[in-house]
Design a protein around this ligand. Structure first.
Ligand SMILES: [Zn+2]
Length: 245
């Protein structure tokens, strides 16, 4: 395992993508002052880049810290309390290259009620045909926690709930979305929020017709492969907003 206490310099485009992901997710309403996005350092690596404890809209390349799978970093700056979310998902899912943890508001209600979140739009086929799993922290840590994932044990329990899914909800807290690239994880986090809005709107009108398992799987393969188009648009938007366009 390699660790360094300084700003990543090995792959500047990767670092720039992770910085952009922070800003895109704020602009898309997925992250606010809280939440975070990380990226595995390289395929197969057992370390990942995650910002120091900072509002995601303020993250720059100089703020990224290399963490190991125990959530440790050799940098003296303060890490996020919930870095164990990322560490334990990377440990359990070797193919995952990026993780988004957010409190995006339309998603949280589906962590509170018996009605499961399911895909209702073709852009959210990655949710799959079954119910989106919900992590219940009280089942593993009792009923007096702050609901935060502040240890490896809690992170591992969340990762177990996620299983092989793209998204898991966290009761009364938020969600996680994973991907095989930072572009895919960002796409999934944004469209999880949009799907939640659409599903809630439909439920107010009547019983929605959900995507079948077959539709979800086909849509995931064909539309998910085009997620880079959304990334390009969103990235340009943050570039312009930052006065770089
Ligand atoms: Zn959180």
């Amino acid at each position: 395992m390699t660790q360094q206490a300084t700003t990543p310099a090995a792959d500047l485009s990767t670092v720039a993508d992770l910085v952009a992901a922070n800003h895109i997710l704020v602009r898309q309403g997925v992250l606010d002052a809280f939440g975070h996005v990380s990226m595995r350092v390289a395929p197969g690596a057992d370390t990942f880049w995650l910002s120091r404890n900072l509002a995601p809209g303020s993250v720059t390349a100089a703020d990224l810290l290399e963490h190991d799978l125990d959530g440790r970093t050799q940098d003296p700056r303060k890490p996020y309390l919930e870095r164990f979310i990322h560490a334990e998902i990377y440990r359990r899912r070797p193919e995952v290259m990026a993780v988004v943890h957010s409190h995006s508001p339309a998603v949280v209600p589906f962590s509170l009620v018996a009605t499961p979140m399911r895909p209702v739009i073709h852009m959210a086929g990655f949710l799959g045909g079954a119910r989106t799993p919900v992590f219940e922290i009280a089942d593993v840590a009792g009923d007096d926690t702050d609901l935060l994932i502040t240890s490896s044990a809690l992170g591992a329990a969340l990762a177990e709930t996620l299983g092989e899914s793209a998204v898991a909800l966290m009761r009364g807290h938020g969600s996680v979305a994973v991907g095989s690239s930072v572009q895919e994880a960002v796409y999934r986090a944004v469209y999880t929020e949009i799907n939640a809005h659409t599903q809630a709107s439909a439920l107010a009108l009547g019983e929605p017709r959900y995507l079948t398992s077959g539709e979800a799987d086909t849509a995931r393969r064909t539309i998910g492969a085009q997620s880079v188009r959304a990334w390009d648009v969103w990235r340009e938007q943050v570039r312009v907003a930052a006065g770089q366009g």
